[in-house]
Ligand binder design. Sequence first.
Ligand code: BGC
Length: 245
Amino acid sequence: MHILGIDIGGSGIKGAPVDTLTGTMLTERFRIPTPQPSRPLAVARVVAEIAHHFNWQGPMGCTFPAVVKNGVVETAANVDQGWVGTDGQMLIQQETSCPTLLVNDADAAGIAEMQYGAGKGHTGVVIMITLGTGIGSAIFLNGILLPNTELGHLEVRGKDAESRASDRARQEKDMPWEKWAEKVDEYLRYLEFLFSPDLFIIGGGVSKKHEKFLPLIHTRAQIVPAQLLNDAGIVGAALAARELV
Ligand code: BGC
């Protein structure tokens, strides 16, 4: 089955048609910078441009970096506040005329990793954490997702965890790898205290440089880098949208 996967991020919106039977993209991704401010209609129009680029008329899955329930966006940590309360799924569907599923970005990445990446074949409790502009989370029990967990906003030392341990925090505060790894380690150990996972999967762009920080993490659970890297959002969005077909 071929489904268009689209990954809406803070700086770019990218998409490609995905073969959901193999979890691979059928073409090169097409990327357009995220409009600033990232208001709902402006973003939906960019998504429509991407669908148009692929001359797409079929089903489509779209990630979004916020809580999404039945298509409605409920939070907006790193996007325009105008999204809160917007039925993003319906808006994108209207702009593209394609049946659309909107899904949290970390949930989508987790779905892709569980099916075709680092989580393949893993049962028990698996936690995927994406370290990027924010911190995203996805929890799986025996392969089944508990959606919209938002563990990036847990409080650690009185602060929003993502303001200390996201990759943006590392870059903005120009933290050496060792210092940042300590913060990530503290955060992951807190998650471990809460959920006793069997496996952590660490995603987000920085997971490409996992050898710089994963060896400094001391969780009891096994910890591995994500395998789909940049493609996880696009592939996961398409996999999540299989339910439309
Ligand atoms: C948002 C999450 C999102 C994560 C990664 C957080 O700030 O609240 O919904 O998954 O960033 O983009």
